[in-house]
Design a protein around this ligand. Sequence first.
Ligand code: ATP
Ligand code: MG
Length: 449
Amino acid sequence: MELNVKIPVIVKQICLELNTRGHQAFVVGGALRDIILGRESPDYDIATDALPERIASIFADAIPYGNFGTMLLIRGNTKIEVTPFRDDAPGRKPHYTFGGTIYTDLARRDFTINSMAYDPITGQFIDPFGGLNDLKARTIRCTGSTKRVWEDPLRALRAARFQAQLGFAIEPSTMYSLKAYASMLDTISRERIRDELSKLITSDHPFDGLVTLVVTGLMNYIIPELMEGMGMRHFNKPADVLEHNLLACRYVKNSLHLRLAALLHDVGKPGCAVEGKKGLEFPGHHLKSVETAKHILKNLRFDSKTIKKVLLLIEHHMFVYSPDSPLSEARRLISRVGWQNIYDLIELRMADRLASGFNEAAGPGLKKLINDLEELKKENSDYKIKDLAVSGKELIETLGIRSGPIVGKLLNRLLEDVIENPELNSKRTLLELAEKYLKEELYEDRHYQ
Ligand code: ATP
Ligand code: MG
């Protein structure tokens, strides 16, 4: 079968180079899937019958990468992994062998939508498992047999993650195997679980992927503490405690720390539940949630910076602000959470409200807070560059840069920071920030050259 797929010229060139040396070369895996879907892909996988030493002799700059004979090529911002065809025997711990064909290579991949190959030089499209049909039907289905999940339980998480990223449905037998082998997730490292969970929640459809984790029982091996909220009714919200957490994750803006904060913001509720007049109440649940979330995030090996941000947001998510709150209340809130977190806290509150069944993300209290923050910024905006605790000369000397537009750019960014948060106006903090901004500027310059 032939198909017209738009492959970048640099990737084609690598395939052509392999062809002219007598080798086959196919674009395979996630990049092919994403291009057919019209999504951009920063990384490419090429499968070839050339062995690693041969690949290295053809491409002088090839870097050995990982344990499976992969050679990495970097062309501008694009990473291309060139890997010899695999010919693994099926089973739990496949013995990795070279010397297969494109067909054996595709047969060991996880899902049909990831098991297609395209030769960008001839246009030949190889699709032994019906991947294109499944792409059109927006279906995630195991390649070959659902034993694929038993062979490698990480594939169960990958299925839920692709569901969340692509908005696809999981085919019933595949879904069944996710549940059947859920307990095998115990054999997967916490770091790999963290990476899949992070991709799943920072996607366009986090709720769908999370529900799959819950109904298949996979969640018992990822964040069991969340499961305690299942079936625990709120007297004042349509969803139970677990679904409320999942919904908050769906509604909050897409960044990792916000999605984690939303997912875990009420995780401590089951530990605080008491029967009140109208139904269950959860006094002090924000603090219990902080304690539980800390344990969960450490266990999943999240970095300390992310953990700190998430816990701060959970701790303060019950802040009170009403249309009658005086400006001093906004000041107090800022002194507790800092300007650098206040807008994230507002995002979390809006998601919490939507997940509680409110139609409007911001109610009158929250709207007043947003206005009051603008007032506070005006109060602070008397600051001028000359009021900063560092001068342009000091930046030049300390950072070792030459005078020029970059100095003005850095000073202006520092000024914006100080207007938002006057506490930052100390020499040490501003120099640290300037150093960080300088790195970002240099990175961007390199990136767009
Ligand atoms: P993304 O890059 O967005 O994470 P992807 O599908 O490209 O998605 P990679 O981890 O980059 O995933 O893997 C590239 C390809 O390798 C996949 O498309 C799939 O064909 C195969 N693959 C990756 N992990 C597995 C696995 N655990 N079992 C079987 N095949 C896999
Ligand atoms: Mg990939």
